[in-house]
Ligand binder design. Structure first.
Ligand code: AR6
Length: 176
């Protein structure tokens, strides 16, 4: 599903983010930037050990912040690592999750990247309910594209049919 926001394309895709041929894919990382499970484990496995070595050199990323590395064996040229909040039920969750999307998009623009693909940050191991997280994710992306007019392609890559459906409904509601 594609929608246009300020000349940019926002695309919802059902699939595996490690296969996306974009300038950067985003990793739902941990503070120590260690190869973990979930999408992070899949990205490290597909990228090869060069990625873990570069992450170890960087060493740390604050929750809500983002850092960039090369993509190694991935089809994507770069990986932007961002650390989502562990869901707590407090107001700060949405603030931190929104910062993940905003700071990743800022880093993409700063590095002149035209296309970026996000997974559904924090909604796996970190326990953020997808119904709530999808609203934060999509409204942050739409606001960023309205304000900046780039990057020209932003993908949200959803791993399950049910997540795709939740994001699709939220996006339709946002654009009404
Ligand atoms: N492509 C796209 N999405 C995926 C893929 C994939 N290949 N694999 C899983 N997902 P999670 P978090 C979806 O748990 O909640 C790691 O150990 C998954 O279905 O990967 O932010 C890190 O190192 C879910 O919808 O990330 C951290 O310690 C979404 O990606 C911690 O887990 C996010 O699930 C981060 O937890």
């Amino acid at each position: 599903m594609d929608v246009k926001v300020n000349e940019c394309t926002l695309r919802l895709v059902k699939g595996d983010i490690t296969e996306r041929k974009v300038d950067a894919i985003v990793n739902a990382a941990n503070n120590k930037l260690l190869p973990g499970g979930g999408v992070c484990g899949a990205i490290h496995k597909a990228a090869g050990e060069g990625l873990a070595k570069e992450c170890a050199r960087i060493g740390f990323c604050e929750t809500g912040d983002a850092v960039i590395t090369k993509g190694y064996n991935l089809p994507a040229k770069y990986v932007i690592h961002t650390v989502g909040p562990v869901y707590s039920g407090s107001k700060r969750d949405a603030f931190l999750l929104s910062n993940c999307y905003k700071n990743s998009l800022k880093l993409a623009v700063k590095n002149s990247l035209n296309s970026i693909a996000f997974p559904s940050i924090s909604t796996g191991i970190f326990g953020y309910p997808v119904e709530k997280a999808s609203k934060v994710a999509l409204s942050t992306i739409v606001d960023f594209l309205k304000a900046n007019g780039k990057p020209s392609l932003v993908e949200m890559v959803l791993f399950s049919d049910s997540d795709f459906e939740v994001y699709r409904q939220v996006l339709e509601g946002l654009l009404k």
